[in-house]
Design a binder for this molecule. Structure first.
Ligand code: GTP
Ligand code: MG
Length: 440
């Protein structure tokens, strides 16, 4: 690393500030700003003087680590001072005046990537670990960060290249052997792919929209589910306008519930926008709670909304304390394909059944407990490798061109290495691969 950067690693803590200075000019910055000449691992106290007013800003503790100590990839220092808004900012400015560039927290990870300390899969895992909403999510992200996924990718690359090396003037017996190895490889890729898609759900959580026509009790159920009076409940149809969201944890998964505006055809301007947002939420959700009013029976709006649904759903009959015409709902097409629960948002009756149904829905994403997470980019990459291997198996079975098959396999291996970003490490690669987790 050529530059020397300073990162405020504490955010806005009321208790203390914590800066990391990293880069070849660290020693010179320490000398200029704090008047310190430290040996590696040494810690000392120093006064920070404002270069403009010459007044004392803060008293800090400084630890210096020479390049190589505890894996430090460059000379670095840790500065601990007073917290809050103003003092840390003034200390940071003094450090910048002393020759370091102000940097975003993620730049340290970027430098670690560029300097070969870890690959893109691990770098992403680091941010997943910070963003995870449940303990389970953190565990899975840590496995990425520690390089477990990278090792699986490297093993695949090695196997692909080994098999490709065997494709050379093959007789029937040899061809069968290679095809059988490729089939084994296919199984490994498939397994990793499905494991990875589930793993990401643990980190990012599941989105669940609560939908239904106005006044069926969506907000009442939403409030019960999230355990607080977040959404306004009234007897007036069309009460909820904008989407109201709240997160809870269930089965180790972060569930984000979205209470939506009741679905109906309306000319009222604000309500119309709310209905549009509710429809968008349908597409963004992993599954929906489709709420109907059991006391009133099936209506035209229920039928229209039912037709708009595409994915998984739990059918919720609410207001069973006043229930009347449940049979009328049987008219909805395919309704028996989905879980049905009978509840009263008012009395709480049937609520445990609703939770049980939600848990069942969550479990569809998880069949095994040992998961690794894959990002969309990695998942798509693995899919490509999967179809390439399938294609090569087909071509070889038909005694197709060996050179073309070898080239395809080599491309697949290169793609995996490219996803890891290990052969050519650039800033733009880092930003591109991590754009869904980097701030700003
Ligand atoms: N009897 C009975 N009334 C209920 C039940 N659940 C909700 N309600 C009442 O139904 C009315 C509408 O409830 P909300 O939760 O605001 O309904 P909503 O679906 O969010 O309505 P919109 O926001 O207008 O779409 C309120 O007066 C609630 O008190 C229930 O299980 N039984
Ligand atoms: Mg509502």
């Amino acid at each position: 690393m050529q530059e020397t950067i300073v990162v405020n690693a504490s955010g806005l803590s009321p208790f203390c500030s914590h800066f990391v200075i990293i880069g070849p000019k660290t020693r010179s910055v320490l000398k200029k700003v704090f008047g310190l000449e430290l040996n590696s691992k040494e810690i000392q106290q120093a006064r920070v003087i404002d270069p403009r007013t010459k007044k004392e800003i803060d008293t800090v503790k400084v630890i210096f680590l020479e390049k190589g100590t505890f894996d430090a990839m460059s000379d670095m220092a840790i500065v601990l001072g007073t917290g809050g808004h103003v003092i840390p900012q003034m200390v940071e400015m003094a450090i910048v005046k002393g020759g370091a560039r102000m940097a975003a927290p993620y730049e340290i990870v970027k430098y670690q990537y560029i300097n070969g300390l870890f690959d893109l899969l691990m770098a992403h895992g680091y941010f997943d670990m910070l963003n995870a909403r449940t303990e389970k999510g953190v565990t899975i992200a840590k496995r990425r960060f520690s390089g477990e996924l990278s090792q699986r990718f490297l093993d695949l690359v090695k196997s692909i290249r080994e098999i490709s090396g065997e494709i050379n003037g093959m007789d029937d017996e040899k061809r069968e052997k290679v095809i059988s190895k490729l089939k084994g490889l296919l199984g490994r890729i498939r397994f990793l792919h499905s494991q990875g898609v589930r793993g990401m759900v643990y980190i990012k959580g599941l989105e669940v929209a609560i939908v239904g026509r106005p006044n069926v009790g969506k907000s009442t159920l939403f409030n019960r589910l999230v355990g607080k009076e977040r959404s306004i409940v009234t007897h007036i149809p069309g009460t909820t306008r904008d989407i109201v969201s709240e997160m809870i944890e269930l089965e180790g998964v972060a569930l984000k519930f979205h209470d939506t505006a009741g679905y109906r055809e309306t000319e009222e301007y604000v309500e119309k926008i709310g209905v549009e947002r509710a429809k968008e939420m349908l597409n963004l959700s992993h599954f929906v709670l489709f709420v109907m009013d059991a006391s009133e029976g099936l209506t035209e709006d229920d039928k229209k909304l039912w037709k708009l649904l595409k994915g998984e759903r739990i059918v919720v009959f609410n207001k069973i304390d006043e229930a009347g015409a449940i049979e009328s709902f049987e008219k909805l097409e395919d309704i028996n394909r989905y879980q049905k629960v009978y509840v009263s948002g008012k009395t709480g009756e049937g609520f445990l059944d609703l939770i049980k149904a939600i848990k069942n829905e969550i479990r569809k994403y998880f069949h095994i407990t040992e998961d690794l997470a894959l990002t969309k980019r990695e998942g798509e990459g693995l899919r490509y490798v999967l179809t390439t291997v399938e294609d090569v198996i087909e071509k070889l079975s038909e005694k197709g061109n060996e050179i073309a098959c070898k080239a395809k396999l080599e491309n697949a291996a290169n793609l995996l290495e490219d996803i890891m970003g290990i052969n050519w490490r650039t800033e733009s690669k880092f930003k591109n691969a991590l754009k869904d987790v980097l701030p700003g």
